[in-house]
Design a protein around this ligand. Structure first.
Ligand SMILES: [Zn+2]
Length: 372
């Protein structure tokens, strides 16, 4: 997630706070110190209620972090990489590197988070039993029992991308053997849950509880987006499965001499010829790739006196794939390294084509138009 502040590393992955987290931390602290603690302990000075509010709020967000660590631990145990954990305005998210490979793994990873929250709720209940006679400890304990229980129950709502939705997906996946179908059902139920939140939010606003209502609408909107994009992602990956790079690569890049001035490439090849990518050669030898994207990032003043050879990406430095590489893995490589294209080299390391995101998208569009 962008605009995040890294606060540490656990088990080899980074833990970060998204900027929006500071807003929710301030809001929770403020509501605890301005209404919850003054109601529980009348007559307490403001300094003490603020201190209680901050400490309780920190314990609450550590509880959210523990929930996400539960997911991360089980992902790692199932040999799935974890990219990091980010706390943000709606809670936390453990960024799991790839889709679980089996319904069993999905089930365990999804269940781990709510189980941690339930266990924490129990721990704070025990603390409450022990400390309820001690002034100023009972109310924070009671709050943490309730909030962790809510965290577990809320996440168990069976709508994707909530943990409950993932459990639902794992069960349908196990029963049907079809991940795409299971994701579709979990995503639809996630969207029903999302619209439920939006509906509740509108009702709350009509009844005069404007802040509660706006909050529920925001959560619903967030869930709706996440459910829809989770399905789109799985559908996209599904459509690439089993395909090889040479089925979607392009062999239509023009070869141009390295000393060609950029202005000539733009006028004769791009504007007049409609070409998007070029193999830059020195004599017979292909030395690099040049794309429209690279030219767009250059100031126009440089087009006149720079050559293709000066601007190209040298072949040796680019990541590359083989014609028989898995297309899905190649697309994931482009996404993770933020590349618009990859050279395709054969076993003798000769260039046989170029794979671009645009070409993959075109290939998939054509396939679906042909009903394949
Ligand atoms: Zn969770």
């Amino acid at each position: 997630m962008n605009s995040s502040l890294r606060i540490g590393t656990i088990w080899g992955f980074p833990v970060s706070l998204h900027l929006s987290w500071f807003l929710i931390f301030a809001l929770v602290t403020w509501s605890l110190s301005s209404s919850y603690f003054p109601a529980e302990y009348p007559g307490l000075s403001m300094g003490v209620t603020v201190l209680l509010g901050v400490v309780t709020s920190i314990l609450f967000f550590l509880s959210v972090l523990a929930h996400e660590l539960g997911h991360a631990l089980f992902a790692l145990r199932n040999r799935i990489p974890v990219k990091g954990i980010t706390l943000f305005i709606f809670g936390g998210v453990a960024q799991i590197g790839e889709e679980p490979r089996s319904p069993g793994a999905e089930f365990r990873i999804a269940l781990a988070g709510p189980l941690v929250s339930l266990a924490l709720s129990g721990v704070f209940a025990l603390a409450w039993l022990l400390d309820r006679a001690v002034p100023y400890l009972a109310a924070p304990s009671e709050y943490l029992v309730r909030i962790n229980l809510m965290l577990a129950l809320f996440n168990l709502i069976p709508g994707f991308p909530l943990d409950g939705g993932r459990l639902l997906r794992a069960v349908i996946w196990k029963l049907s053997g079809n991940l795409l179908r299971a994701t579709q059902v979990a995503s639809i139920s996630g969207q029903v849950v999302a619209f439920g939140f939006i509906g509740l939010g509108i009702l709350a606003i009509v009844n005069g509880r404007v802040m509660d209502g706006l909050w529920q609408i925001l959560i619903g909107w967030f869930l709706q987006n996440a459910a829809a994009s989770a399905y789109a992602q799985v559908a996209f990956e599904h459509s690439l499965r089993g395909l090889k790079v040479d089925q979607a690569m392009s062999c239509e890049c023009d070869t141009i001499p390295a000393r060609t001035p950029l202005v000539q490439v733009i006028e004769e090849k791009i504007l007049a010829g409609g070409r998007q990518c070029f193999l830059v050669a020195n004599g017979e030898q292909i030395q690099g790739l040049l794309t429209v994207e690279q030219l767009v990032t250059l100031p126009q003043s440089k087009w006149r006196w720079m050559t293709a050879g000066q601007v190209m990406s040298p072949l040796g430095r680019l990541l590359n794939v083989r014609p028989d590489s898995d297309l899905l893995a190649a697309v994931q490589l482009m996404e993770s390294s933020n590349l618009a294209l990859l050279p395709v080299l054969d076993h003798e390391r000769a260039l046989v084509g170029v794979l671009s995101r645009q070409k993959v998208a075109e290939y998939l569009r054509l396939k679906s138009q042909l009903g394949m």
